[in-house]
Design a protein around this ligand. Structure first.
Ligand SMILES: [Zn+2]
Ligand SMILES: [Zn+2]
Length: 362
């Protein structure tokens, strides 16, 4: 499709510009999407502030960010067209981790570790634009009664589901979730559906409002481990958990925050034969320290959960069955022009924010 489009082009730390650029051209294996809703992810914030390198060859811009998005198909490449997969007008959600289906990792089902990954919004141009190219293998049709705004939660929910799957929750387990962000709130809802008994959400600093929101979506207990003036403050999290859990530590703990200290604490407040999932992306030089003897003799298990391999089909099932509710998680909807403002707000004043979406078109 020829023509121009508006796009937010990211150049370098704290430099993003709204520009008129050509609508991208598709190859035989691509589909062109007219972008509808894009969620702002924690990683978009990291890229914007230069805290993480983007996925281009140089680790730098220019690149259009945004990888949690839905849209409408406007043009279909030769291959998906011949296979009869998509047609203009289809409502779709993009899986931004687009694997090749031809390498050794893909053949093993480790699609997230594909040697030829294409990641719109991270390694190639993404959703903070009026149009975006996707490989046909990275697309899913949205169920009719799932809105574009709800659909834009598919990617983070797929990651949440993958993390919870690795947590191996047994019916009735006491589950600790660190971080009352949108990830923690999706995990809270889904963990209950997957059999969790009681759930505690743990926050820090300015988190009281978000902790209270977490309670509204299903958390049973909330604690603030940093803000001494908070009414949810505890200086001894393990003790507080024991008080509400028949004198036992947590059975399962997952850490959807990048805080290294939170992960160490998650191991500490987990009990016998607990599983702890390392979930949030750490900083480059983070090293975690855990007491070896208790880890060993309490027979704990630590696992990492990276991205969402083979989790999308089930995630779409979860969404279409309404097992996780998103509406209360959207605390702001901004036009494309205000993308930078929204990213800055999430960084500088996240106290009453959960998820902000960019609404690129109706
Ligand atoms: Zn994301
Ligand atoms: Zn591959």
């Amino acid at each position: 499709m020829k023509g121009k489009m508006k796009a937010q082009v990211f150049y370098e730390a704290e430099k993003m510009k709204l520009e008129e650029v050509p609508i991208p051209e598709i190859t035989d294996i691509d589909v062109l999407i007219k972008v509808k809703n894009v969620g702002i992810c924690g990683s978009d914030i990291s890229y914007y502030y230069g805290l993480s390198p983007v996925g281009t060859a140089t680790g730098k811009g220019p690149i259009i960010l945004g990888h949690e998005f839905t849209g409408e198909v406007v043009e279909v490449g030769k291959v998906p067209q011949e296979m009869g997969l998509y047609k203009p007008g289809d409502r779709v959600v993009v899986n931004p981790v687009q694997n090749c289906n031809a390498c050794f990792s893909c053949a093993k089902g480790q699609t997230h570790l594909c040697q030829n990954l294409n990641v719109p919004g991270v390694s190639t141009d993404g959703g903070f634009a009026q149009y975006c190219v996707s490989r046909y293998t990275g697309l899913f049709k949205l169920p009719d009664d799932v809105s574009y705004a709800q659909g834009a939660f598919t990617e983070p929910l797929a990651c949440a589901f993958n993390g919870l799957r690795k947590l191996k929750i047994q019916p009735g387990d006491f589950v600790a979730i660190f971080g009352p962000g949108s990830m923690g709130m999706m995990m809270t809802q889904l963990a209950k559906r997957m059999g969790a008994g009681k759930i505690v959400i743990i926050g820090a600093k300015n988190d009281d409002w978000r902790l209270e929101q977490a309670k509204k979506v299903g958390a049973d207990f909330i604690f603030n481990i940093m803000e001494t003036s908070s009414k949810y403050y505890t200086e001894d999290l393990g003790k507080s958990i024991k008080e509400v859990n028949s004198d036992r530590l947590a059975d399962r703990a997952i850490v959807p925050t990048s805080s290294n200290a939170a992960f160490e604490q998650a191991v500490e407040i987990s009990g016998n034969c607990a599983t702890i999932v390392h979930y949030g992306l750490p900083n480059e030089d983070d090293v975690f320290e855990i007491p070896a003897l208790s880890f060993h003799t309490m027979d704990k298990e630590i696992r990492s959960a990276w991205l969402a391999p083979l989790a999308w089909a089930q995630t779409i099932r979860i969404i279409e069955n309404g097992l996780v509710k998103f509406d209360s998680l959207i605390t702001g909807t901004y036009p494309l022009e205000k993308t930078e403002e929204a990213i800055r707000l999430l960084k500088t004043d996240p106290g009453q924010q959960i998820k902000i979406q960019i609404k690129v078109s109706e």
